[in-house]
Ligand binder design. Structure first.
Ligand code: NAY
Length: 294
């Protein structure tokens, strides 16, 4: 399970100037992140703007990332989709492409009973031979994984971990305590990477790792070495940067994509209803990049 330990950026949606999926840009971003030395990639999740892409577009993204990097780092496919049918189709496709693991949010839009959520995740798990990682992100889905459901799902050997994006770091400790020793908990909130690791997270998957991989790799190095005071300093820098990423007009992802253009890796902008960076704020992007590079 060492292949899941380390810094795993959530892969960004890559569009051309017309807002269509860009194979070339997907490949360029994949190679760029690989060269930074990250442990793996989480493809097609929140940062992949999965909710705003159709099945064919999501499949294309999974395919071009796999073509670029299969066998070179750990690849996790997020396959959560509005219906079970589509999620299973994506899961099977990811298996064909050679992904290492699958992951999915719970069903969205309707507030379904836990029995339906259990069935949804179980049907995805049963559809392939790949290991499965629950994506718990209650602030976006409206459902917070219960210890009760986690314990039930743990009877399925395919379940190897949970990517926990709920804000209480204590949830990480509770999930670790409820499961077996090899169960992997991934820290979700980037703002709490260091505290997440200290309370028991084995590694992390995050939406801002991709724009500042060096900082997260450094934070992880200090955590692994037990140098918490240095780790805390890096977390402080990371949090200052995240606050500025979130302070401009437009979504955090649109700011990240403008920074990427300045890095010389153009991955396009965001897709509606996410808003691009607008007006004078575009001039502030350079300052954020400088802060990251310092
Ligand atoms: C994914 O699937 O793209 C992620 O892992 C992103 C998880 C992110 N949470 C949300 C709500 O977007 O990494 C976090 C987030 O970007 C970060 O903590 C900054 O707020």
């Amino acid at each position: 399970l060492d292949k899941y330990k380390g810094i795993i950026p959530a892969f960004y949606a890559c569009y051309d100037e017309a807002g269509e999926i860009s194979p070339e840009r997907i490949k360029a971003l994949a190679i760029h992140l690989y060269e930074k030395g990250v442990q793996g990639l989480y493809v097609g999740g929140s940062s992949g703007e999965c909710i705003y892409q159709n099945l064919e577009e999501r499949k294309a993204t999974l395919k071009y990332v796999a073509e670029s990097l299969k066998g070179q780092l750990t690849l996790i496919a997020h396959v959560g989709a509005p219906s079970t049918k589509e999620s299973v189709e994506l899961a099977k496709y990811a298996e064909e492409l050679g992904y290492d693991a699958l992951s999915a949010i719970p069903p969205i839009y309707f507030q379904l009973p836990e029995s339906a959520i259990e069935k949804y995740w179980t049907e995805i798990m049963d559809s392939t031979d790949l290991p499965f990682i629950i994506y718990n992100i209650p602030q976006s889905t409206g459902y917070n994984l219960s210890i009760n459901l986690l314990k039930k799902l743990l009877q399925n050997d395919k379940l190897i971990g949970v990517k926990n994006s709920s804000m209480p770091v204590m949830d990480i400790e509770r999930f670790k305590a409820a499961a077996h020793d090899d169960f992997i908990v991934f820290n979700g909130p980037d703002e709490q990477y260091v505290s997440g690791r200290l309370i028991g997270a084995d590694s992390g998957i995050g939406g801002t790792y991709g724009v500042m991989p060096e900082l997260f790799l450094k934070a992880e190095e200090f955590v692994s070495a037990g140098d918490f005071s240095e780790a805390r300093k890096i977390q402080h820098d990371i949090n200052d940067i995240i606050m500025t990423l979130c302070s401009l007009n437009g979504s955090m992802y649109s700011v990240i994509k403008e920074i990427y253009k300045l890095k010389g890796v153009n991955i396009g902008s965001v897709r509606g209803p996410l808003e691009p960076v607008s007006g004078d704020d575009i001039e502030k992007v350079e300052g954020i990049k400088t802060r990251i590079d310092e």
